[in-house]
Design a protein around this ligand. Structure first.
Ligand SMILES: Cc1cc2nc3c(=O)[nH]c(=O)nc-3n(C[C@H](O)[C@H](O)[C@H](O)COP(=O)(O)OP(=O)(O)OC[C@H]3O[C@@H](n4cnc5c(N)ncnc54)[C@H](O)[C@@H]3O)c2cc1C
Length: 420
């Protein structure tokens, strides 16, 4: 595919023919059309704000990233005005069980929505209105100023805009050019392992979703979460190990044997299982950007900072960043001349964003200590947490017996587009 094509929008049936390099102008240029950038493009487009999205891939490639949205993320998504259309392509989990110390402590109504990452991003992109121009090319250079920002694409096209939104995720491209750094707070903070489970008794698992917290710090694991995506029983397992740890090699070679050794009670809870051959393993560093408060440029999503997938907050940050930027700041900034640091710093000190970032970092480090710290204070916390969860679970079950609360049967709707 020639990357000189300019499509309007990404999902349009009527893509324009290959266009020669040209100069384009806009109020806003969004560099990167992942979750954060596509949400921003869709929100700005729907608000009637002139913007261009720069994204090399017409369809987001298959990639192991966020695979479900929890209740808090859905509430944040609702503020973008796009939630219903996005959630329509996800699989609700209906009911979720929680296991601690090898026993089921709670069975609650599910609030998670499962989706593989590429369909999620593609769904958001499909909501970008035709008024938004989308350039399918890589941004190769960026220069910023108090007035106008210039982005050059691999096909030679230049874009001049009043504001550049950098949402290019983990990519290091462009950062040096505008003096952006990264402070790595925790290298290889956690490792995410993704795979599909299959029931082997010919039937269904006992529950559609379960979160199983590792029993002991020696396991060096946070938790396993199983949830439905269409008719797939998807699992994310989060461990704290180095990438050269032999345990990972062994897991890849014999995942069922290793999972049974790590979480022996799982099978008696959900039923007999087998693991589909494709096992994905991906480490994550936690970093935060430096040098980002500068005129004409704002960083969102992973481009600004990452967090730990085990704590499940990366998508929350991406959604929150896009929502605050589009609902509050960009309309205000465009209403007056200039794009100086006074305006840009308003976004980075937004109380909702700051609280979301703080929560994400704190949870990432607390979950790690909660999972692998064998010192007395953390052992006590684990015990207290377990007791509280048992009490909450018993209370919920008692209410359910009294008929005050109905729990829907664990049936999983099948959406063919969600199959892998
Ligand atoms: C294994 C794993 C599991 C995870 N699990 C969870 C989870 O359970 N819950 C959760 O909340 N979060 C999770 N996360 C985090 C979450 O997936 C990310 O925080 C989120 O997807 C970030 O979205 P983004 O839009 O910032 O970046 P991305 O989705 O990476 O988007 C970046 C985009 O920029 C484009 N791009 C790159 N370079 C250029 C360039 N030069 N020019 C133009 N475009 C460019 C790319 O093509 C891409 O489309 C997980 C992450 C990982 C790695």
């Amino acid at each position: 595919m020639d990357d000189t094509q300019i499509l309007t929008p990404v999902n349009a049936q009527t893509s324009l023919a290959a266009a020669p390099a040209e100069a384009m102008t806009s109020d806003v240029v969004i560099i990167g059309g992942g979750l954060a950038g596509s949400l921003t493009g869709a929100m700005l487009g729907r608000a009637g704000i002139d913007c261009i999205v720069v994204e090399p891939h017409k369809e987001h490639p298959d990639e192991f990233r966020c695979e479900k949205l929890d209740g808090d993320q859905v509430r944040r998504l609702q503020k973008t005005g796009l939630a219903d259309e996005i959630l329509a392509a996800t699989t609700p989990d209906i009911e979720a069980w929680v296991a601690r110390r090898g026993m089921i402590v709670d069975k609650r109504r599910g609030d998670q929505h499962g989706t593989f990452y590429a369909p999620l991003v593609n769904r958001v992109r499909s909501l970008i209105p035709p008024s938004v121009r989308i350039c399918h090319a890589k941004a190769t250079s960026l220069s910023t100023s108090e007035d106008r920002q210039t982005v050059t694409l691999a096909n030679g096209t230049t874009i001049s805009a009043r504001l550049a939104v950098l949402s290019n995720g983990l990519s290091v491209a462009l950062r040096d050019q505008v003096g952006l750094g990264r402070q790595v707070l925790s290298p290889c903070h956690s490792i995410s392992i993704g795979f599909n489970l299959m029931p082997t008794n010919g039937g269904q698992f006992a529950c559609p979703a379960i979160t199983y917290y590792a029993k002991s710090p020696v396991d060096r694991a946070a938790l396993l979460t199983m949830f439905p995506i269409g008719d797939v029983h998807r699992v994310n397992l989060f461990v704290y190990r180095n990438m050269d740890d032999v345990w990972l090699r062994d897991f890849r070679a014999a995942p069922e044997k290793m999972l049974r050794a790590l979480m022996p009670e799982l099978e008696s809870m959900i039923g007999p299982y087998a693991i589909e051959p494709r096992v994905q393993i991906r480490p994550v560093d936690i970093f935060v950007s430096t040098g980002h408060v500068q005129p004409g440029l704002v960083l969102i999503g992973d481009a600004y900072a990452t967090t730990c997938p085990a704590a499940g907050n990366g998508a929350r940050k991406a959604i929150t960043d896009a929502e605050r930027l589009c609902n509050v700041y960009i309309p205000q900034w465009l209403a007056t001349p200039g794009m100086g640091v006074g305006k840009i710093s308003e976004f980075y000190s937004d109380p909702v964003k700051v609280a979301c970032d703080r929560f994400s970092f704190d949870k990432a480090f607390a979950l790690r200590s909660y999972s692998i710290d064998a010192s007395l204070p953390w052992r006590m916390r684990r015990l207290v947490r377990f007791v509280l969860h048992v009490v909450v679970g018993l209370a919920r079950r008692a209410r359910s017996f009294k008929g005050e609360r109905q729990v829907a049967p664990p049936t999983v709707p099948v959406l063919p587009e969600q199959r892998v």
